[in-house]
Ligand binder design. Structure first.
Ligand SMILES: Nc1ncnc2c1ncn2[C@@H]1O[C@H](COP(=O)(O)OP(=O)(O)OP(=O)(O)O)[C@@H](O)[C@H]1O
Ligand SMILES: [Zn+2]
Length: 537
């Protein structure tokens, strides 16, 4: 039987699953109080991080039956079989309750779109998924069955799967850090009862195996034993482990994005940059979440490192304009750190940050109306053609090049100034950046008290104001930009053009001209060309 003692290096995941174990041990205690039992838990982590092992350990700890299957089997079955397999699975679990259903590779049925299983009709996959959802929704409140699903791609899952009462909990199964790897090595060495040479320090082996998952480490121990055995040794020595590490690294590097020595240094500074800037922003704005964890271990989704900031406690529906700028600045903190530490020799590591920042900046300007130059105009609606009086939508179909250019210009300015602010923060904190960066490079993961000790030292520069223009000589605080200006009239023109109205083009044209002159502005030539007064009304 497998228990939590067999799973090492994933303490947080174990802690989160403890509650599930507790429930399965004494379901009646909760059910008689009318508490809604937990239903589905998604285990997310790279292949080989121990998701299956953890699920088995939950069953072992709770001493309940473990009913497992792989979702990829469902879709490979004959038409109609997937759904019926799911039905059987749940029927069996209910009969044996309290029990655990484990569905490996759940993305195989729950992926929004997938090339790999295209041979199976989409209907088949959908039927299977629907059956799964139906079964989960159909649990009565006193059935003690927990469904654990495993995936290495939570980002591709159908959102329907994550609704309350379905897989509404997510447990991240992280790639182990150095301490975690040492613990995993210990588990496997003692499980095999491997006699170790006196020269072996598992801590050293752990230090050599950045990026190895639990499965890689289990293999490593086995490989070292094989090497020793081949030479007829009675104990496994350090040299056997070192050779085994060398062999596995070659294989593992092909599989996962493992950072090389110098890359580790860069990614560590990058993440430290996010943390430093994020902390400065949180110090300036009230109620902002604090950075809790930094890591440079490979993760599912391909990120090279990450900075974890928990969501704020209160439910938030609105993001205020200063918070949005704060987020932009924090997102660009990684790039800023690289620029400062490596004197402008930046890397491609900020790809995802830049994507997210651009998306956020675009929305701010073109959808949320937070940019005073563009004004409260939704470009998305404009391009959709707008809404007529009866609520129907009208195809737009005219060239909006001009407005698009303006929006792009504003987005670029917003991002550039966010980067300038991030650079300013990073430059003000060289000690934390380098100290925390080096520490992270060495430890691979920094969190808790240790991290907060570093972040306490972060200073936010006094002159940290967000400017519309990045250039020193044209600093304009955002508040001073007049609301009515040329661009908002431009937007009006487009709006007027897109409306289906009983007004003729001629009178529309006149209206626009009137509006423009009211603001002492001249309508741009390229816009005037859209207004053809000859069209019959
Ligand atoms: N955290 C761990 N502690 C100890 N051993 C581990 C750990 N993770 C993995 N292993 C070893 O690797 C083996 C394979 O791991 P497991 O199948 O649980 O990984 P997985 O995350 O489910 O992978 P996959 O996504 O490929 O199914 C385990 O049986 C165990 O021997
Ligand atoms: Zn980043």
């Amino acid at each position: 039987m497998i228990t939590f003692a067999d799973v090492a290096g994933v303490d947080e995941a174990k802690e989160e699953l403890e509650e599930i174990v507790e429930f399965l041990r004494n379901p009646d205690r909760y059910i008689r109080l009318g508490a809604r039992p937990p239903r589905g838990v998604l285990l997310v982590g790279l292949p080989g991080t121990g998701k299956t092992l953890l699920a088995k350990a939950v069953a072992g700890e709770a001493e309940v039956p473990f009913i497992s299957c792989s979702a990829s089997e469902f879709v490979e079955l004959y038409v109609g079989m997937g759904a019926s397999r799911v039905r059987d699975l749940f029927a069996r679990a209910k009969k044996e309750a309290p029990s655990i259903i484990f569905i490996d590779e759940i993305d195989a049925v729950a992926k929004s779109r997938d090339g790999k299983f295209r041979i199976v009709s989409n209907d088949e996959r959908e039927q299977t998924l629907n059956q799964l959802l139906t079964e989960m929704d159909g649990f009565d409140s006193n059935s003690a069955v927990i469904v654990l699903g495993a995936t290495n791609r939570s980002d591709v899952l159908d959102p329907a799967l994550r609704r309350p009462g379905r897989f509404d909990r997510v447990v991240m199964v992280e790639t182990p850090d150095r301490t975690g790897r040492e613990a995993i090595l210990k588990v496997h060495v003692s499980k095999k009862e491997l006699p170790l040479g006196e020269d072996i320090d598992l801590g050293n082996i752990a230090a050599m195996t950045t990026g190895f998952t639990g499965a890689d480490l289990a293999n490593l121990v086995n490989e070292a034993a094989l090497l020793a055995g081949r030479q007829n040794k009675v104990i496994v020595e350090k040299i056997d482990f070192i050779q085994a590490v060398e062999r596995s690294i070659a294989g593992i590097e092909k599989k996962t994005a493992k950072l090389k020595g110098s890359e580790k240094a860069v990614v560590a500074r990058h993440e430290a940059g996010h943390a430093v800037v994020g902390t400065a922003v949180a110090n300036l704005l009230l109620g902002q979440p604090r950075v809790e964890k930094l890591s440079i271990l490979p993760r599912s989704g391909g990120a090279l490192g990450f900075t974890y900031t928990p969501p704020t406690n209160e439910d938030r529906y609105l993001l205020f304009v200063d918070e949005l700028r704060g987020r932009l600045v924090t997102l660009l903190g990684g790039r800023a750190a690289e620029e400062v530490v490596y004197s402008g020799r930046v890397s491609t590591g900020a790809l995802d940050d830049i994507r997210r920042a651009t998306d956020m900046a675009y929305k701010a300007v073109a959808e949320y109306g937070l940019n005073q130059t563009i004004g409260p105009v939704s470009l998305a609606t404009l391009s959709g053609g707008g809404i007529d009086e009866s609520g129907g939508s009208i195809p737009w179909g005219r060239d909006q090049g001009h407005l698009v250019d303006l929006v792009q210009g504003e987005v670029k300015t917003l991002l550039q100034s966010a980067l300038d602010v991030a650079l300013c923060v990073v430059r003000a904190n060289p000690t934390v950046l380098e100290g925390l960066g080096a520490h992270l490079e060495e430890k691979e993961k920094v969190e808790g008290e240790e991290l907060q000790e570093w972040l306490k030292l972060v200073v936010a520069p006094a002159e940290l104001t967000f400017f519309v223009k990045g250039k020193q000589e044209s600093i304009i605080p955002l508040q001073t930009v007049p609301v009515f200006n040329e661009l908002s009239v431009v937007a009006q023109v487009y709006y007027q053009l897109g409306r289906r109205s009983t007004l003729s083009q001629t009178s529309r044209c006149q209206r626009i001209q009137k509006q423009a002159s009211a603001h002492r502005l001249v309508v741009d030539k390229s816009l005037s060309s859209h207004i053809k007064p000859d069209e019959p009304s």
